[in-house]
Write a new protein. Structure first.
Length: 186
């Protein structure tokens, strides 16, 4: 599974490079309010960010994807979207994402998620795409719903993040859902 670059109307999703360290650190990785609902702490310095990006570059070679979300007009790195888990037996990919707070509410993450869903269904053997979110972060669920994903349920105290033990909601879309929606739109 190798999808290097995905382009949308306003965004380019591309592999991370070490040159992204400063932007990632300043736009989201170092901000506590940006990482409230994720499983990793805010970065104290750019060296932490550099090590993370370096590990993503290595994982990219192993078939995992971590796309830098770049806003086209200003060529600004604004976030990240990744395949955080992949089960070949069930042909399932789990997606995780984060966006710099100053870019919230503009539809960027929905646009990125829709593009990743389309690329995975059209260019790979993936049959199911899922994502989870802390139920105290309903904006993330709205992104999933707007991207065509369907709420499947809430798992009580099933995850731990920077808030502690939390309930998570799961959304998913099947390739058949995607193809039906795509046919209905035309």
């Amino acid at each position: 599974m190798s999808i290097k670059i995905i382009e949308t109307k306003r965004l380019v999703l591309r592999p991370f490079t070490l040159e992204d360290t400063e932007s990632m650190f300043h736009h989201w990785a170092s901000h506590q309010d940006n990482v409230t609902y994720v499983t990793w702490p805010a970065h104290d310095n750019q060296e932490i960010t550099r090590k993370i990006i370096s590990s993503w570059i290595k994982e990219e070679r192993a078939g995992y994807h971590h796309w830098a979300i770049v806003e086209k007009d200003h060529q600004t790195l604004i976030g990240s979207i990744s395949i955080v888990d992949h089960n070949e037996d069930t042909q399932t990919a789990e997606i995780g994402y984060i966006l710099g707070k100053e870019y919230w509410g503009a539809g960027f993450m929905t646009e990125a998620l829709k593009a990743v869903i389309a690329s995975l269904f059209e260019k790979t053997s993936i049959n199911r795409i899922q994502a989870v979110f802390d139920t105290e972060n309903p904006a993330s669920g709205k992104v999933m719903a707007k991207a065509g994903m369907i709420y499947e349920g809430t798992l009580r105290q099933a995850s731990i993040n920077n808030r502690g033990l939390v309930d998570i909601a799961i959304f998913a879309i099947l390739k058949s859902d995607y193809l039906k929606e795509k046919t209905d739109d035309h």
